[in-house]
Design a protein around this ligand. Sequence first.
Ligand SMILES: [Zn+2]
Length: 609
Amino acid sequence: MSFRIPDEKISEIRDRSDIVEVISEAVRLKKTGRNFIGLCPFHSEKTASFTVNPDKQIFHCFGCQEGGDVFSFLMKNENLSYPEAVKSLARRFGITVAERPLSSVEKGQMSEREKILEINRHAVIFFRKCLNQGTGGEKAAAYLKRRGVDPETLEKFHVGYAPEGWDHLLRFLSKKNIPSPTMQRTGLVIPRKTGDGVYDRFRNRVMFPIFDVNGIPIGFGGRSIDDALPKYLNSPETPVYHKSRSLYGLNFAKKRCRETDTVFIVEGYLDCISLHQFGIENAVATLGTALTADHLRMVKGHAEKIILVFDSDDAGIKAAVRSVSLFMKYDNAARILVLPENHDPDSYIRAMGPDKFRELSEKASSVMGFLMDAAVKKHGMTVEGKIAVIHDMIKPLASITDTVARSLYIKALSERVDVPESAVMAKLKEFQSQGKLQGRMTGSGESAKKESVLVSGGSDTVSPNIRSERRIISMMLQFPEILTDIERHDVLSFFRDDQLRSLGMCILKHIDKADHIVAEVLNDLDDDENKRIVSELGIGDEAWQYQGCIKLIQKFVDNSRIFGEKDLIDQIRAAEKNNDHDLLIKLLSEKQRKAQRSERLKMSLIAGR
Ligand SMILES: [Zn+2]
């Protein structure tokens, strides 16, 4: 791996960092036995199959098979390169990594992602400066003052200003010798529609940098301070910025989210900033997009209770209807808080204060409860009204996959509108059968999707011999005392699976560091597939016993011999049939050799070490 942090440093960083601590910042972990488990951040699940083993400093998800060491986790979870993950951990644990200025060759090797982040960092500083010193920043400062944003809050959120004109940022970045194509990839400058050249995307706007969970600027949101449209303009999707996977303010909110176990999700930048300014520091904002499963996964790592805050019934209803299935799938405890008429979170907290806001949030209703209330409010309780209420509720009910939850909501609805449950059920069935018909016609179906979630490698999908080879690798990783026996008896030569055999060989390479075998092997491996296998097979905490292990090896060798013999006998028959004497002699002597070898191995295993 071409990389300018020496190996000893990497080991030091790995030894000092605690995988449980690092993962806990993104996943709520619960201790079970020697392991910790939680909801996997890499796939959607309701029951925890994501496992972290502090002894071996590895993680593995039994749902999606992701796994590896602390570096692999950061790379996957924060979309970092390997060097970035190493550096990020070094910073966290106060380990100084000597970083010299990059040579031009190294600069060329810098990943696209790193380049974009560097430009974003420059841009944050530039916009900040423009807000405070001339270039029209007074207008923006006056606007923010009018909106009641404190200087400390502006500082905390690094709010800035993109000046009026076409090339202020462009010239600033050009002076730093950043080539135009690289600038364009950040979305901060865009090509002219006619002719060559590029110009600033954000002009005469208050700039809100969007940070990732670690406070690294990944994108920007700009609000116009004149009548320019759109009122809000965001960075486009880039290799570092994906709006469906970004939450504004999460880096500032995560601490308070953990303390209160609650997170408020609002819609706008200024709503989020105001809540923070008034002490509701567990608030984040979606960035002009509907809530996604990724958003939920991100906040679930920091808080159990989710409260969505909406300005009005209408916005709330739309969002709630859109995300019922999302909530039912991942978090049916999520609540919806609708603010009183003509208020948004910003205006409400300014007018009423944080205590009233907290008080109101206690009354937030469940997603289905909210929808029911809204429908009743909208249609009333006349006969026609009740029919309309049931009609509005059928789609949300149908999207609940949990049958118990669904029947409870059906019961609640029937009581609310005073209609027999059976009538609601009949409506629901009618709706579902229409849906199925449509599904069949368009060829879509849930089953195909479900299948792709089932990953290979699970114990019921593999053949018996691969299963026992995997078991031996497990044993080698979890019970390194057995390694000398594996080596001495050349057990790996009986492996039929090439990948597992070479993994086994890699493990034996680190026999002298058996105490940290899993970490050493993970560090040695380059590809994700192998790392995943190692984390999966290494994470269990079976109580291995030496004699049991020896028996397992014996059995494996016996079976392999039978397999091998069968193969060999087939080949011998074929050679006889073809009158291939040379081959026949070769095969027969191989058969004899094999038999002798496994017999010797058996004897030595029985005799013990
Ligand atoms: Zn998973």
